[in-house]
Design a binder for this molecule. Structure first.
Ligand code: BGC
Length: 507
C-alpha cells in the first residue's frame, strides 16, 4: 500500500504491491536503456580497431601508425567523429516524433518502433560495405535511441508503484551503464578477431534489440496512456493487473483526474513557454547541457582512444575501458541507494567538487608530462587511469542518473511528455556536440580540454547550489506548491493562483 499526496492536496492511499509482472515489465522496458548504453560504448572501441579504420578511414589508419608524431591529433577526422555522433543527431530529431507517438499510440508501440529501428540499423551498420551504409545504419540506431529514451523512462515512472518510482527510474540509467560495460567487454574480445571483429561488435546490439522486440509483446500499456486515450476500462483492468489487487479506485480516480486536466491544455508546447513552466523547463534543459559538459562522454566514447593517447597499447587501453565501465555500473547502485536518502542536491554538489578535482589532476599530469610526441611514463599513465575511474564514479551517482530523473519528476502531467521530449533532445544535442567535437578539441586544446571541462563543472556546481531545489520525497504532482512556490528564485514565476488552483478549488 502506498500513501501519496495527490494534486488536490489530500492524502490518498493507493492499494497495490510490487508485482512480479511489474518487475518483468521494468526489466524488459529498461533493455531500451541497455541498447542506448551499448551504442555509447561500442563506437570508441570500434573506431580504435585497425580493421575498421583500414576499411573506412584509411587516412586515420595511416596517421595512427605514426602515432608518436602527434599524440593528441592521431584520430582527428570529421568523418570518424560523424560515425559516432550521427546517432545522436538522429535521436534528437526522433524524440519529437517519439513524443507524438507516445501520446497518440502509447508507450508500448513507441518502444516497439524503437526496437525495429534498432534492428534495421544494426543490420546496416554491421553489414556495411561503404561509408553510406555505415552512417545510415548509425542514423537508424539513433532513431531507435530517440524513441526508446522517450518511451522507456516515462513507461517506468507510470508503471511503478508511487513509493518505488525514484529507484525504478534509475533502473534505466543502470541499464545504460550495463550496456556500456557489455560494449567495452565485446570490444575487448572482438578487437583480436580479424578482419571482422568490428562487424561482430556492431552486430551485438541486435541481441538486446530482439529481446526488446519480442519482450515488448509481453508487457502492457501504462494505465495513464490508456486513460489519456479514453480507453478507461482497459486502463482500469491494467491497473488491477499491475498492482495485483482488485480495489484500485483511488489511484484510478487520480489518473482520470490528472488526464482530465491535461486534456484541457490544448497546446502543451505553448503552455511550456508560459512563465509558470519556466522552473522545470530551465532546470530540465540546463541539466542536460551540464550533464554532457561534465565531459563524461569524452571519456565514454573515447576511453580506449584516450588511454592509447596516454601511452597504453591497444589491448591495455580496451581493458582499462572495461574497468571504467565496471566502476560506472557499480557506482550507479550507490546513486540508487542514496538518491532518496541524502537527496538530489547533496549528490549534485558532492560530485561537482569530486569531478572537478579529478579533471584537474588529469589535466595537470597531461600538461606536465605528455608532450605532443612521446608517451606518458607508466606511473603517470596509471594515475590518469585511477583519476578517470574516480571521475566516472562521481558522475555515476549524480549527474548521470539525475539528468534523467529530475526532468521526469518535475514537469506537471499536462506538459510531461513534451517537456521530457525537449529534455531528451537537448541531451542528444549536447551528446552530439561533444561526440563531434571532442577529438578536434583534444587535438586543438591538448591537455587544456580537461581544464575546459573543469570550468564547466564549477559553473554547474554553482547552478545546482543556487537553482536546483530538493525534490526528494515530494509527490510528483505537488512540485508547484511544495517546491517552486517556496524557492528563493523560482517563486517569482508562480502566480498566486492559476488555472490549476481554480480547478482544484472546484474539484
Ligand atoms: C548519459 C550518457 C552517458 C552515460 C554514462 C547517461 O546518463 O546521458 O550520455 O554516456 O550516462 O553512464
Amino acid at each position: 500500500m502506498a500513501v501519496v499526496i495527490s494534486s488536490s492536496g489530500n492524502s490518498q492511499v493507493f492499494e497495490g504491491k510490487m508485482t512480479v509482472y511489474v518487475f518483468i515489465c521494468v526489466i524488459i522496458a529498461a533493455v531500451g536503456g541497455l541498447i542506448f548504453g551499448y551504442d555509447i560504448g561500442i563506437s570508441g572501441g570500434v573506431t580504435a580497431m585497425d580493421d575498421f579504420l583500414k576499411e573506412f578511414f584509411p587516412s586515420v589508419y595511416e596517421r595512427k601508425k605514426h602515432a608518436h608524431e602527434n599524440n593528441y591529433c592521431k584520430y582527428n577526422n570529421q568523418f570518424l567523429q560523424l560515425f559516432t555522433s550521427s546517432l545522436y543527431l538522429a535521436a534528437l530529431v526522433a524524440s519529437f516524433f517519439a513524443s507524438a507517438t507516445c501520446s497518440k499510440l502509447g508507450r508500448k508501440p513507441t518502444m516497439q518502433l524503437a526496437s525495429i529501428f534498432f534492428l534495421i540499423g544494426v543490420g546496416l551498420a554491421a553489414g556495411a560495405v561503404n561509408m553510406y551504409m555505415l552512417i545510415f545504419g548509425r542514423i537508424l540506431l539513433g532513431f531507435g535511441v530517440g524513441f526508446g529514451n522517450q518511451a522507456v523512462p516515462l513507461f517506468l515512472s507510470e508503471i511503478a508503484p508511487a513509493r518505488l518510482r525514484g529507484g525504478l527510474n534509475i533502473v534505466f540509467q543502470l541499464m545504460v551503464t550495463i550496456g556500456i560495460l557489455i560494449a567495452n567487454i565485446v570490444n575487448f574480445f572482438t578487437s583480436s578477431i580479424h578482419p571482422y571483429g568490428w562487424r561482430m561488435a556492431l552486430g551485438g546490439a541486435g541481441v538486446p534489440a530482439l529481446i526488446l522486440l519480442f519482450g515488448s509483446l509481453l508487457i502492457c500499456e501504462t494505465p495513464t496512456s490508456l486513460i489519456e486515450r479514453n480507453k478507461t476500462k482497459e486502463g482500469k483492468d491494467t491497473l488491477k493487473k499491475i498492482r495485483g489487487v482488485e480495489n484500485v479506485d483511488a489511484e484510478y480516480e487520480s489518473i482520470v483526474h490528472a488526464c482530465d486536466f491535461a486534456r484541457q491544455v490544448k497546446d502543451p508546447y505553448t503552455k511550456l513557454m508560459k512563465p509558470e513552466s519556466r522552473p522545470p523547463l530551465v532546470i530540465g534543459l540546463l541539466l542536460q547541457f551540464f550533464q554532457q559538459f561534465t565531459g563524461i562522454n569524452a571519456i565514454m566514447f573515447y576511453a580506449p582512444v584516450l588511454f592509447q593517447t596516454v601511452g597504453f597499447g591497444n589491448d591495455a587501453a580496451l581493458l582499462s575501458a572495461v574497468i571504467t565501465g565496471s566502476i560506472n555500473v557499480l557506482s550507479t547502485f550507490v546513486g540508487i541507494f542514496l538518491v532518496d536518502k541524502t537527496g538530489r542536491r547533496f549528490l549534485l554538489l558532492q560530485s561537482s567538487v569530486h569531478m572537478l578535482v579529478c579533471q584537474l589532476v588529469i589535466g595537470i599530469i597531461l600538461a606536465k608530462d605528455l608532450n605532443v610526441t612521446g608517451t606518458l611514463g607508466r606511473p603517470q599513465a596509471l594515475v590518469v587511469v585511477i583519476f578517470v575511474c574516480l571521475y566516472v564514479m562521481g558522475f555515476a551517482w549524480s549527474w548521470g542518473p539525475l539528468g534523467w530523473l529530475i526532468p521526469s519528476e518535475t514537469f506537471p502531467v499536462e506538459t510531461r511528455t513534451e517537456g521530457f521530449a525537449l529534455a531528451v533532445s537537448c541531451n542528444m544535442f549536447f551528446t552530439f556536440v561533444i561526440a563531434q567535437a571532442f577529438l578536434s578539441l583534444l587535438c586543438g586544446m591538448k591537455s587544456g580540454i580537461f581544464f575546459f571541462f573543469s570550468g564547466w563543472i564549477v559553473v554547474m556546481g554553482l547552478f545546482a547550489l543556487f537553482f536546483v531545489p530538493e525534490t526528494k520525497g515530494v509527490s510528483i504532482d505537488d512540485m508547484r506548491d511544495s517546491v517552486w512556490k517556496l524557492h528563493w528564485y523560482w517563486k517569482r514565476f508562480m502566480r498566486e493562483e492559476d488555472e490549476h488552483d481554480v480547478e482544484r478549488r472546484t474539484a
